[in-house]
Design a protein around this ligand. Structure first.
Ligand code: MGD
Ligand code: MGD
Ligand code: SF4
Ligand code: MO
Length: 869
C-alpha cells in the first residue's frame, strides 16, 4: 500500500507526513514546511493511533444512544433556548485543532443562522493578541513573511518562544542555516533558560513582561543611530512621531537587562538588515500582549524590514490550524475570511454569500466572558468542540463549575473521558486525526491537507458532519446540505473573493472551482491565491496595507513591565515540555513520549527553595485565591528568583492535583481579551508529604492520594505518588494503587529507614512494583518499568537491579530513537566528543534534535566525570 500524504496534527509548523494504515509515519521529503524532518512528537504518532479510551458512540446522560436521538436532542435544546431567550443565550467554544471545513460550518451556523457571535475558540488563549496587534498595525490579521526568511536571515530574534521544544522543526531549520552560515546570530528573549536559549548565541533574560520596554528601547536606538527607513515611513506608515516619543519615554532599566546586554542586542538588530523577529506565547499570553506585538511590529515598520526576503516579524502559531481558525472567522470578534463584524458592507457580503436569514451585528463573548456568562445563567446551551477548557482556561475550577451550571451542554470529542467531557450532558464522538480529511493552515499561510488513512472507528463522524446534522435539524437543511469537505472548501474559497474585493488580505478564490479530484490531490499552497493572477510570496515589501488609506500604523506603546508583580507572591510562568501535546489525550498514549517528563513539576530558584525549606524532588504546593496544585520541585537556576515555571499539560485525568490553571486568575489583555497565562500570582509552600512512592503496573493506574501523576510505559502504567497519612495496610494500599486485586505479594521492609517495597506476581509474571520511602524515591524508573510484565524475580526487581544479561539504558534522553543516558555516557566515555560523534555512535539527536542541548551538557560534563573517576 502506498502511504498517504498528510499533515501532523500537533504544532503550527504544519509538517507533511507519509502515513500508512499500519501506523508507520515518516516525514514527507516533498512537503515545503519540513522537507522530511520530524520532531519527537510527530515521529511517535504511530503509537497514538490505538482505540484505547476513544469515544465511539454518542452518549446522553452517560448512556450510549444512536446519532439521530443525540442530534435531535442537541438541535431541540439549542432551538428551544433561542426561541425562549434569544440567539445570545447559546454559545460554541471551539478549537484551533478543528479543520478549516469543520470550523467554517460551525462559524456559519452561529453567525449567519443562529444570528449570534457567541462562538469563540481556544485561540483566544493562544493567538488573540497577535491578531489584535496585526489588525492595529496592518489593518488585517496578516502574517507578512515565510519560513524561507529563517533560512536567509542574518539575525533571528526569538521572543517568548521555546522554539526548540514547541516548533522543533523550525528550530532545526534555523540550526541548519546556522551550520551553513555560522556568522548568523540567534538571540532568544526569555526570562528563563530553556533548550532554545541553550541553542542561541545570545540569551537575554529579561524581566517578566519586559518585552515592550525592550522593543521601545530598540526603536529609540534605531532613531538615535539614524537607521529609520525614512522613505518607507513617509510612503507607507502613519504614527511614527508619536510612537517614537512614547518609545523614548521608556526607561531601559524596565527590561531588567544590563546596559551592555541591551547595547549588544540593539547593535545586532540594527546592524543587519536581514532580521526576523519570531514571537510566541511569552508575548501573547500577557496582560500587555497586544502592546508587545505592536512594539515589535513598530521596529520592523520603522526600518522597512518587512515583506522582503530574510526579514520581518513572524508570529509562530501553536495549533495545527490556529491560522485556519483565524481565516474562517472562528473568533467571536471576526467574520469569515478576515471580514469585520462591525463593518456593514462586510456583514452584507457574508450574509448574501450564505443566503442566510440573519447575520450577527456585534462581537460575541470572548472565552473568559463566555464561561462567566455560563456561570451567571445567561448561556442556556453550550457546545464545546475539540478543546478541554476545564484544564486549559485560567481559573479552571470556576470554568468547570460554569460548565456544570449551564442547563444543557454538549461536547464533540475523540476521547471518552476528559476533565471537560465528564461534566457535559451529551458527548458526540468525532473522528480523529488519521480518520478524517480537510485542510489546515500553518504559521506561514500554507494550506495543507490532513488526510484519512484509517477507517472511522465505531460510530464516529467528522466534526463538519456533526455540525451540519444539528444545523439541518434546526431548520437550515439547504444551507448545511454538504456532502463532502471539498464542497465546503469551494464555498469558503468563493467567499474569500468577496473579502478580497472589499479590501481584505485573505484571498483563496483561485481555489473556488477546485474539483473533487483536485481537492483529493490537494498540494500544499500558500495564500494569497487570487483567481486572476499568481499570489505574492510576501506582504508589505512595497506597502499595500489593509487600512483604508493603505498605510500601516505604528502604535505608541507605554511600556508597563511586570505590572502583575506585587507583594509577597511568586510569579507563575507556565508553558510546554518537549514531548507532550497539551492535555496529553493523544501524546500521552505513547510510552516513549511519556518518559522524558512523567510528572508535573515546578522549576524554582535554589535561593527561593532554601527559603521555603524545600529540598530537591520534594513536593511544592502552588496556591492562589482560586485554587491549588501540587507538583514536584525542580530546584534550578534556570528560572529567576521569585518566579516558578510549571508545564500546563497535567489534568485530572492523569494527576491528582497537577492542573495548574486552577491557581491562575483571569487577568486579560484589554485589546484582545487574551488571559495572562504566563503571569499567575501565587503563593508557594513546601508540601509536607509523609511518604513518597513510585508504582509500575500492568493494569491502568488511576490518579489518587494527596499527590499522584500517572504515565504510560511499554508494558502498562507508572505513577509518582505521595501521601500525608499512614495507611492501615501497605499491602492493601499497594494493591489499590497498582489496581491489582489478585497475585501474590512479596515485600522488603526497612523500618529504620522507612522503606517499603512491594512486588506482585501473577504466576511467574511480575505484574506490579510499589516503592515507598520517607524521602523522594531515587529508584531508576526506566529499569523498574522494564521489569513489570516480565518474569523478573521479586528480589531483583525490589532491589532495583537490571534483569540479568540486559544492559541498563538509563534515563531517556532521545525520544526519537529511544536512547538513554547510560548508552550516551558510554559513547562519550569511548571517545565521542561532539554532537556528531554521539549521533554517529548512538543515533541520539539525529532526528528532531530537541535533545541536543541535553546531549551537549553531557558532553561538557565528561571531563569532570572522568577526573572524578
Ligand atoms: N511540545 C509541544 N509543542 C507545542 C505545544 C505543546 O503542547 N507541546 N503546543 C503548541 C501551541 S498550541 C502553542 S501556542 C505553542 C507555544 O509555543 P511557545 O510560546 O514557544 O511555548 P511556551 O512554553 O508556552 O512559552 C514560551 C516561553 O515564553 C516564556 N515567557 C514567559 N513570560 C515571558 C515574558 O514576559 N517575556 C518573554 N519574552 N518570554 C516569556 C516562557 O518562559 C517560555 O519559555 O507551542 C505549540 N507547540
Ligand atoms: N497555564 C497555561 N494554560 C494554557 C496555555 C499555557 O501556555 N499555559 N496555553 C493555552 C494555549 S496556547 C492553548 S492552544 C490551549 C490548548 O488547550 P486545549 O485546547 O484545551 O488542549 P487539548 O488537550 O489539545 O484539547 C483538545 C481536545 O480536542 C480533542 N480532539 C482531538 N482531535 C479532535 C477532533 O478531530 N475533533 C474533536 N471534536 N476533538 C478532537 C482532544 O482529545 C482534546 O481533548 O491551552 C491554553 N492554556
Ligand atoms: S514540528 Fe513536530 S509537532 Fe510540529 S508539525 Fe512538525 S512534526 Fe508535528
Ligand atoms: Mo496554543
Amino acid at each position: 500500500m502506498k502511504p498517504v500524504c498528510t499533515t501532523c496534527p500537533y504544532c503550527g509548523v504544519g509538517c507533511g507526513l507519509l502515513a500508512s494504515g499500519d501506523g508507520s509515519i515518516k516525514g514527507d521529503p516533498d512537503h515545503p514546511s519540513n522537507f522530511g524532518r520530524l520532531c519527537s512528537k510527530g515521529a511517535a504518532l504511530g503509537e497514538t493511533l490505538g482505540l484505547e479510551g476513544r469515544l465511539l458512540s454518542p452518549q446522553v446522560n452517560g448512556a450510549p444512544t444512536d446519532w439521530d436521538s443525540a442530534l435531535d436532542l442537541v438541535a431541540g435544546k439549542f432551538s428551544a433556548a433561542i426561541r425562549d431567550h434569544g440567539p445570545d443565550s447559546v454559545a460554541f467554544y471551539v478549537s484551533g485543532q478543528l479543520l478549516s471545513e469543520d470550523y467554517y460550518v460551525a462559524n456559519k451556523l452561529m453567525k449567519g443562522f443562529i444570528g449570534s457571535a457567541n462562538i469563540d475558540t481556544n485561540s483566544r488563549l493562544c493567538m488573540a493578541s497577535t491578531v489584535a496587534g496585526h489588525k492595529r498595525a496592518f489593518g488585517n490579521d496578516t502574517v507578512p513573511g515565510n519560513y524561507e526568511d529563517l533560512d536567509l536571515a542574518d539575525v533571528i530574534v526569538l521572543v517568548g518562544s521555546n522554539l526548540a521544544w514547541c516548533h522543533p522543526v523550525l528550530f532545526q531549520r534555523i540550526q541548519a542555516a546556522k551550520a551553513e552560515r555560522p556568522e548568523m546570530k540567534i538571540i532568544t528573549i526569555d526570562p528563563r533558560r530553556t533548550a532554545t536559549t541553550d541553542g542561541s548565541d545570545l540569551h537575554l533574560s529579561i524581566s517578566p513582561d519586559g518585552d515592550a520596554a525592550l522593543f521601545n528601547s530598540l526603536l529609540a536606538e534605531i532613531a538615535r543611530q539614524g537607521r529609520v527607513d525614512q522613505n518607507y515611513v513617509d510612503f507607507h506608515v502613519n504614527g511614527f512621531e508619536q510612537t517614537l516619543s512614547a518609545a523614548q519615554a521608556t526607561d531601559p532599566e524596565d527590561t531588567g537587562l544590563s546596559a551592555d546586554e541591551l547595547q549588544l542586542f540593539q547593535d545586532l538588530w540594527i546592524g543587519s538588515e536581514k532580521v526576523v523577529t519570531v514571537f510566541s506565547q511569552g508575548v501573547n499570553q500577557s496582560v500587555g500582549g497586544t502592546d508587545k506585538v505592536n512594539a515589535i511590529l513598530n521596529c520592523h515598520l520603522a526600518t522597512g524590514r518587512i515583506g522582503r526576503t530574510g526579514m520581518g516579524p513572524l508570529s509562530v502559531t501553536g495549533q495545527p490550524n490556529a491560522m485556519g481558525g483565524r481565516e474562517v472567522g472562528g473568533l467571536a470578534n471576526m467574520l469569515a475570511c478576515h471580514l469585520d463584524i462591525e463593518n456593514a458592507d462586510h456583514r452584507k457580503a457574508v450574509q448574501e454569500a450564505w443566503r442566510s436569514p440573519t447575520i450577527c451585528t456585534k462581537p460575541g463573548l470572548k472565552a473568559v466572558d463566555l464561561f462567566r456568562a455560563c456561570a451567571s445563567g445567561q448561556i442556556k446551551a453550550l457546545w464545546i468542540m475539540g478543546t478541554n477548557p476545564a484544564v486549559s482556561m485560567p481559573d479552571a475550577d470556576a470554568v468547570s463549575q460554569a460548565i456544570k451550571t449551564v442547563d444543557f451542554s454538549v461536547i464533540s470529542e475523540v476521547v471518552e473521558h476528559t476533565d471537560t467531557s465528564v461534566m457535559t450532558d451529551v458527548q458526540l464522538p468525532a473522528t480523529a486525526w488519521g480518520e478524517k480529511t480537510g485542510t489546515v493552515t500553518n504559521s506561514e499561510r500554507r494550506i495543507s491537507q490532513q488526510r484519512a488513512f484509517l477507517p472511522a472507528p465505531g460510530e464516529t463522524r467528522p466534526d463538519w458532519q456533526i455540525i451540519c446534522g444539528v444545523a439541518r435539524r434546526m431548520g437550515w437543511a439547504e444551507a448545511f446540505s454538504y456532502h463532502s469537505p471539498a464542497e465546503i472548501f469551494r464555498e469558503y474559497a468563493a467567499l474569500s473573493w468577496q473579502a478580497a474585493a472589499l479590501g481584505c488580505d485573505f484571498d483563496i478564490s483561485g481555489l473556488s472551482g477546485i474539483s473533487d479530484a483536485n481537492y483529493a490531490d490537494f498540494q500544499p499552497v500558500q495564500w494569497p491565491i487570487p483567481s486572476e493572477s499568481p499570489g505574492a510570496d510576501r506582504f508589505f515589501g512595497a506597502g499595500g496595507f489593509f487600512h483604508s488609506d493603505k498605510r500601516a500604523r505604528m502604535v505608541p506603546i507605554k511600556a508597563t513591565p511586570d505590572i502583575l508583580q506585587h507583594g509577597n507572591t511568586f510569579r507563575l510562568n507556565t508553558g510546554r515540555i518537549r514531548d507532550q501535546w497539551h492535555m496529553m489525550t493523544r501524546s500521552g498514549k505513547s510510552p516513549r513520549l511519556s518518559q522524558h517528563q512523567s510528572e508535573p513539576f515546578a522549576e524554582i530558584h535554589p535561593k527561593d527553595a532554601d527559603e521555603l525549606g524545600l529540598r530537591s524532588d520534594e513536593l511544592l504546593e502552588i496556591k492562589s485565591a482560586t485554587g491549588r496544585a501540587v507538583v514536584r520541585a525542580r530546584i534550578t537556576d534556570r528560572t529567576a528568583r521569585n518566579t516558578v515555571f510549571t508545564p500546563m499539560h497535567w489534568s485530572g485525568a492523569n494527576s491528582a492535583f497537577g492542573r495548574v490553571n486552577v491557581a491562575i486568575t483571569s487577568v486579560l489583555d484589554p485589546f484582545s481579551g487574551q488571559p495572562a497565562l504566563k503571569g499567575g500570582q501565587v503563593k508557594l509552600r513546601r508540601f509536607d508529604a509523609l511518604w513518597y512512592g513510585f508504582a509500575v503496573s500492568v493494569a491502568q493506574i488511576l490518579p489518587q492520594s494527596a499527590y499522584s501523576a500517572v504515565a504510560r510505559t511499554e508494558s502498562g502504567w507508572s505513577c509518582e505518588i505521595a501521601g500525608i497519612d499512614v495507611p492501615t495496610s501497605w499491602e492493601q494500599l499497594a494493591r489499590k494503587v497498582l489496581n491489582l486485586k489478585t497475585g501474590s505479594i512479596s515485600q522488603v521492609r526497612d523500618s529504620a529507614k522507612g522503606i517499603i517495597r512491594v512486588a506482585i506476581h501473577e504466576g511467574a509474571r511480575l505484574t506490579g512494583l510499589f516503592f515507598v520511602a520517607r524521602t523522594p524515591i531515587t529508584i531508576d524508573r526506566q529499569r523498574a518499568a522494564s521489569q513489570v510484565g516480565s518474569n523478573a524475580q521479586a528480589l531483583t526487581a525490589l532491589a532495583g537491579l537490571p534483569p540479568i544479561g540486559q544492559p541498563d539504558p538509563g534515563h531517556l534522553v532521545c525520544a526519537c530513537f529511544n536512547v538513554g543516558s547510560n548508552t550516551i555516557r558510554a559513547a562519550i566515555h569511548q571517545g565521542a566528543a561532539t554532537l556528531v560523534d554521539v549521533g554517529n555512535c548512538t543515533a541520539a539527536g539525529t532526528n528532531c534534535g530537541s535533545c541536543k542541548s541535553e546531549l551537549q551538557m553531557m558532553i561538557n560534563a565528561a571531563p569532570v566525570l572522568a577526573a572524578a573517576e
